[in-house]
Design a protein around this ligand. Structure first.
Ligand SMILES: Nc1ncnc2c1ncn2[C@@H]1O[C@H](COP(=O)(O)OP(=O)(O)OP(=O)(O)O)[C@@H](O)[C@H]1O
Ligand SMILES: [Mg+2]
Length: 246
């Protein structure tokens, strides 16, 4: 091991390794896009120009290649979205997290007016950070509460200040999950439910937890299967801006 690494503080070394891993993931995802685009383009040309010379089995195989390439393209874009959380510019300002949770719930309600949503959000959930990133965090948590509940949705968001940090707690009364896998949820592409039960690509919580980490905070999850889930997000606290100040 080189001398400079041996003398390094373990926490610093870990951070350096994680950064290297991230640069690697970003580089690979980025570079995979060009050959994938070639597969997509040439298989589309093959289908258009020579499709009628293939028999039914041949056309079916070609379609499967095109579907698989499209799925792979989607996964690469998700990995790039994840890397962008660490790369995006960071604006440090007071943000009304309660408002962001409310907006996310309103968007879902508008998209699915047939479901009845009871959303309770405590006042004064002010935190310090980047509004665009925090909006992604709120959206992912509310979307999960929504997707992993059957029928009517109940979401309660509360918060408590602890010194310089604020713990924001998001509770739902949905399917819940098996606590043995609680840590896995935050890894990319890990899902504990089937698509028919509401699961998507398994990237949402990885994005949410990176947003919390980028703010110097974190997320933890608890659940009782069949009764609901609770997500606890710790973020730097901010005071509500004084409305009367000029
Ligand atoms: N509120 C919740 N209640 C029950 N299970 C949950 C909840 N939130 C997340 N999970 C479990 O954790 C898994 C990972 O969540 P995550 O948001 O990362 O992925 P996803 O929702 O499946 O897909 P995506 O967010 O990419 O559309 C989910 O598939 C689900 O099994
Ligand atoms: Mg999700």
């Amino acid at each position: 091991m080189p001398d400079d690494q041996r003398q390094q503080d373990p926490a610093e070394r870990l951070e350096q390794l994680l950064r290297q891993q991230d640069v690697f993931a970003y580089g690979i995802s980025h570079d995979l896009r060009a050959p994938l685009r070639a597969i997509e383009t040439f298989s589309a040309l093959l289908a258009r120009n020579s499709g009628d010379r293939l028999d039914e089995t041949g056309r079916d195989h070609l379609q499967r290649i095109r579907d698989a390439a499209a799925r792979m393209g989607g996964l690469i874009e998700l990995l790039l979205d994840l890397s962008r959380v660490d790369r995006a510019e960071f604006a440090d300002e007071p943000v009304d997290l309660g408002l962001l949770f409310g907006l996310a719930a309103a968007e879902l309600q508008e998209a699915e007016p047939g479901r009845c949503a009871h959303v309770e959000i405590a006042p004064d959930l002010w935190v310090r950070g980047d509004e665009r990133l925090l909006r992604q965090l709120a959206t992912q948590l509310v979307r999960n509460a929504w997707n992993f509940s059957e029928g009517d949705v109940r979401i309660v968001v509360t918060g408590e200040r602890d010194g310089g940090m604020r713990e924001v707690v998001v509770r739902d009364h949905g399917r819940g999950f098996d606590m043995r896998y609680a840590r896995k949820l935050f890894e990319p592409f890990q899902r504990l439910h089937a698509p028919e039960e509401g699961a998507g690509s398994g990237i949402g919580l990885a994005i949410a937890s990176r947003v919390a980490e980028r703010h110097g905070g974190r997320i933890r999850a608890e659940s009782v299967p069949g009764e609901g889930s609770t997500f606890r997000v710790t973020l730097p606290a901010a005071d509500a801006p004084d409305e009367h100040a000029s």
